[in-house]
Design a binder for this molecule. Structure first.
Ligand code: URA
Length: 209
């Protein structure tokens, strides 16, 4: 079973309800996703290691807290991951970014990589993978596998909605990767949509169909 944190902050839950509503516009959906991603980012980075650096305030010198270690990486699973990525970068503007493109082969049902670009030294960085919908978890599992193949060894996964099936599958494949989500929904339907869910996150974000 995955190690799951449900970010049940009232503001997250309120905004998520508006996002689920099918009457919410594309612009509204995108704005809310960005706002929620700030709150999810706050939670997923809560225990980052700090060190101190010597600075001079207008009054005196002090050893002030500052983030330790190499810049963290946000890894966006294309295309819907970019909706979460934007807000995360608002809070951690110095973060590095990886993009991972995957499609599902209709015959084998395997996730096939069509794009991968990541910063170097993944083994020395915290890598936070972002993808709004943890449905079957096939693409999330494959994305984490690709990152591990390139050396990542300290990962977290952030989504907006998760299905119990996705959490189960992801936890079995990557028990070392904690999951952060705004909600765990009821189930997946026969088409692989999260129920009650919010529909296709990419389509709602970009106004496509
Ligand atoms: N991807 C989506 O965008 N929505 C779902 O419900 C499941 C997967």
């Amino acid at each position: 079973m995955a190690n799951v944190t449900v970010v049940d902050h009232p503001l997250v839950q309120h905004k998520l309800t508006i996002m689920r509503d099918k009457g919410t516009s594309t612009a509204g959906f995108r704005r809310l996703l960005k706002e929620i991603s700030h709150l999810l980012c706050y939670e997923v980075t809560r225990n980052l290691e700090l060190t101190t650096k010597r600075i001079e305030t207008p009054l005196m010198e002090m050893d002030a807290p500052t983030l330790e270690g190499k810049k963290l990486v946000f890894a966006s699973v294309l295309r819907a991951g970019n909706g979460l990525l934007e807000g995360m970068l608002d809070l951690v503007p110095a973060a590095r970014v990886a993009h991972i493109g995957l499609y599902r082969d209709h015959e084998t049902l395997e996730a096939v990589e069509y794009y991968f670009k990541a910063p170097g030294e993944l083994d020395n960085r915290l890598v936070i993978v972002v993808d709004p919908m943890l449905a079957t978890a096939n693409s999330a599992i494959a994305a984490v596998e690709k990152l591990k193949e390139r050396g990542a060894n300290n990962l977290r996964f952030v989504c907006l909605l998760a299905a119990p099936e996705g959490i189960e599958n992801f936890g079995r494949a990557h028990p070392d990767v904690p999951v952060y989500t705004a909600a765990i929904d009821s189930h997946l339907n026969e088409k692989g949509y999260i129920v009650p869910g919010l529909g296709d996150a990419g389509d709602r974000m970009y106004g496509t169909k």
